[in-house]
Write a protein that binds this ligand. Sequence first.
Ligand SMILES: [Zn+2]
Length: 136
Amino acid sequence: MAFVLRLPRLIYDDMLRHAEAERPNECVGILAGTPDGVVIERYPLVNALASPRRFESDARSMFEAEKCRRAAELEFLAIYHSHPTSPAVPSKFDLESNYCEDVMCVIISLLPPLPDVKAYWLTATSYTIAEYQIAD
Ligand SMILES: [Zn+2]
């Protein structure tokens, strides 16, 4: 059975707010939850590059988030980041720096008229669409 990420509406909305708040730069964060894909917590990270086109998880913010995640006994399910001015499609940079093939990559595009959120499985050279659902 295919893995489906289940995102509570409140966490989804907070993720979009994070993307808006970091404009014009890309935001980055972690979604953690149960092994079957239910997101329980969102851990915003600091984009060490503070760039509109690239992101790199700041080591200190990643360390703090991982400490909280492990203490809460949650799985690392997805890493999300924003594309302030481009579509929600993985960039060459995203593929080259993909965190891990077992971790879903969620991209939030802020291109008008509406934010667009898509999820992917990345490898170093390609990507496939991953499935997520928003749960109320
Ligand atoms: Zn990207």
